[in-house]
Design a protein around this ligand. Structure first.
Ligand code: PMP
Length: 389
């Protein structure tokens, strides 16, 4: 059996972690792995998370099964944060807890495959490297189109318009809700409006991936495009991750929301989401979602969470500003949002930055802006210049 398998390439980001750890130079800087880091280089457990865990430890009196939908109070309490306090479309929403944003994407992909197996998923590139494989492994066709020109750091909006205009009715458009991974480049609100109009005109369904809410310009600002799209279209899927904005990465906390047209359709979406969860993971892991629920149930813990998230967001944006100040030709970095920016560079240049300067970033040129301190800006720019960037 197993001899029929082909070896898969090792995860290059994991190799990057190992290489960074093995590097003994004092000034090494890790802009590789995609997690938030504080000024000490740690990825801390957030204060509100610690408080919620303490509360759960003392009060949780059962670990009995919850069901394929997971913690529905978590799903409900997250709703106003994502969609606003009383959105017009609230009656048309249904949600289910998933193992992370990845689980939500996978479940959404299978829901599409169940409803319309011939639907294609339109994916602007570059994108998160897991997007295309997730849709592909759910046996959906993926149609990639260039979203952005890395050299000019500009969205190729005419290419986006062309891709949507030539899609077939029923096709799905994957959209990063905010803090685009890997480029940090989001559509302007005007571009989002044009996209919304095209979605309606071409009868396309948006699948919004919202994995970094609060890490761009704050919770409300970062959700604005998602809310506008949902006010405009009839149907949508939203894959939400709490793993970054609650710092819960390994706990795997996410949710899939579907917005449907009629009460009947909502019921169908809901029962199919639960059935698909059942055959994939039976039930999602509880602990992380219970933490988020506990935080959102408490005004005090919620305030603690919001304050710390704002600190994290500010830290990343301060790093962006420091790089832009040190290199005016890289000022675009200060206008980009979220953890990542992606410089145009070859693998060889990325390798030289590691070998000669101890600056670690992905081979693609993606850098995690949370991996540095403002005081590192000079060293990073000097290294980039030495390698011709
Ligand atoms: N979407 C994007 C754009 C991401 O960057 C990530 C995580 N790197 C995810 C989804 C998945 O998040 P999770 O860890 O919650 O599965």
């Amino acid at each position: 059996m197993f001899e029929e398998l082909k070896n898969r390439p090792a995860d290059s980001l994991l190799a990057l972690i190992k290489a960074f750890q093995a590097d003994e130079r004092a000034g090494k800087i890790d802009l590789g792995v995609g997690v938030y880091r504080d000024a000490m280089g740690r990825t801390p457990v957030m204060r509100a998370v610690k408080a919620a865990e303490q509360f759960l430890l003392e009060t949780q009196d059962s670990k009995k099964y919850l069901g394929p939908e997971g913690d529905l109070q978590f799903v409900r309490l997250l709703q106003p944060i994502v969609f606003g306090k009383s959105p017009t479309f609230v009656q048309r929403l249904v949600g289910i807890q998933t193992p992370g944003g990845s689980g939500a994407l996978r479940l959404g992909a299978e829901l599409i495959q169940t409803a319309n197996p011939s639907a294609k998923v339109l994916l602007g590139t570059p994108s998160w490297p897991n997007h295309a494989p997730i849709f592909g492994s759910a046996r959906l066709g993926v149609k990639e189109y260039p979203f952005l020109d890395l050299t000019s750091q500009q969205v190729k909006f005419e290419s986006v318009i062309e891709a949507l205009s030539s899609a077939d009715p029923g096709d799905v458009v994957l959209l990063h809700g905010c803090c685009h991974n890997p480029t940090g480049i989001d559509f302007t609100m005007e571009e989002w409006r044009q996209i919304a109009e095209l979605l309606v005109a071409r009868k396309l369904m948006p699948f919004i991936d919202l994995a970094y809410q609060g890490l761009g310009d704050g919770l409300e600002h970062d959700a604005a495009p998602t809310r506008m799209i949902l006010e405009t279209v009839d149907e949508a899927l939203i894959a939400y991750s709490c793993d970054k904005n609650f710092g819960l990465y390994r706990e795997r906390v996410g949710a899939l929301y579907a917005m449907a047209r009629t009460a009947d359709d909502i019921g169908k979406a809901e029962s199919n989401m639960a059935a698909l969860a059942r055959v994939n993971w039976s039930m999602p892991p509880d602990h992380g979602a219970a933490i988020v629920r506990t935080i959102l149930e408490s005004a005090e813990m919620s305030a603690m969470w919001r304050a710390e998230l704002e600190e994290m967001c500010e830290r990343v944006n301060d790093n962006r500003a420091a790089l832009a100040a040190a290199a005016p030709d890289l000022a675009f970095i200060s206008r980009q949002r979220g953890l990542f920016s992606n410089l145009a560079m070859s693998r060889e240049t990325a390798a030289a930055l590691r070998a000669r300067h101890g600056i670690y970033m992905a081979d693609s040129g993606r850098m995690n802006l949370a991996g540095m301190q403002p005081a590192d800006a000079g060293a990073i720019i000097t290294a980039l210049r030495a390698e011709g960037c």
